[in-house]
Design a protein. Structure first.
Lengths: 112, 114
């Protein structure tokens, strides 16, 4: 199993600013995934973060807006840059381990 | 691109009955399908994974079926309890070499009343 923690758990940010979300896993994993859940919507994959290489972004998401770091096998950060109210969402990191997928508790971001 | 459909209307069910949820998909042949539970304000919690070559899987009071011909999965909660009230999401793999890349349905809310 894997236990995932995220920081911060929630934040309220002003338009135009940036927020960096941290994700820590209690075991080493090759890939970490970042998802977004907009209000009333389901989860959408933003990008896949591999240690030692650049993140791979899904259609509709770009590195300039959502830069990701993956400095080691247990940690990753996602930055939401130049925020607008449309970025208000829950951001979740996730790992896949064996037969199960694990999600962090999420970071609830509100942009005013 | 693939499309995943789940019942958008909440499922209201009496305690002790079986709740049955549907997940339909199109334009795709997933290698596996997963079901999650999500409570308000929390991240999804993994429940079951079923592979394309499996017809049925069980875990305690949960049962999942996977019909690749109909492109449909059914999720059953037997002997439902009020604590089962939550939103249930189905998710399909994104046909990539990487396990863990998922596309989610919108979810179905289940409300179990005593």
């Amino acid at each position: 199993s894997a236990v995932i923690s995220q920081k911060p758990s929630r934040d309220i940010c002003q338009r135009g600013t940036s927020l960096t979300i941290q994700c820590q896993v209690d075991s080493q994993v090759t890939m970490m995934f970042w998802y977004r859940q907009q209000p009333g919507q389901s989860l959408t994959l933003i990008a896949t973060a591999n240690q030692g290489s650049e993140a791979t972004y899904e259609s509709g998401f770009v590195i300039d807006k959502f830069p990701i770091s993956r400095p080691n096998l247990t940690f990753s950060t996602l930055t939401v840059s130049n925020m607008s109210p449309e970025d208000s969402s829950i951001y979740l990191c996730s790992v896949f381990g064996g037969e199960e997928q694990y999600f962090g508790p999420g970071t609830r971001l509100t942009v005013t | 691109s693939q499309k995943i459909e789940q019942n958008s209307e909440a499922l209201n069910i009496q305690e002790g009955k079986t709740a049955t949820l549907t997940c339909n998909y199109t334009n795709y042949s997933p290698a596996y399908l997963q079901w999650y539970r999500q409570d308000p304000g929390r991240g999804p919690v993994f429940l079951l994974l079923i592979r394309e070559n499996e017809k049925e899987k069980r875990k305690e009071r949960l049962k999942v079926t996977f019909d690749t011909t109909l492109k449909q999965s059914l999720f059953h909660i037997t002997a439902s309890q009020p604590a089962d009230s939550a939103t249930y999401l189905c998710a399909l793999d994104m046909k990539d070499d990487s396990w863990g890349k998922l596309q989610f349905g919108a979810g179905t809310q289940v409300v179990v009343t005593p």
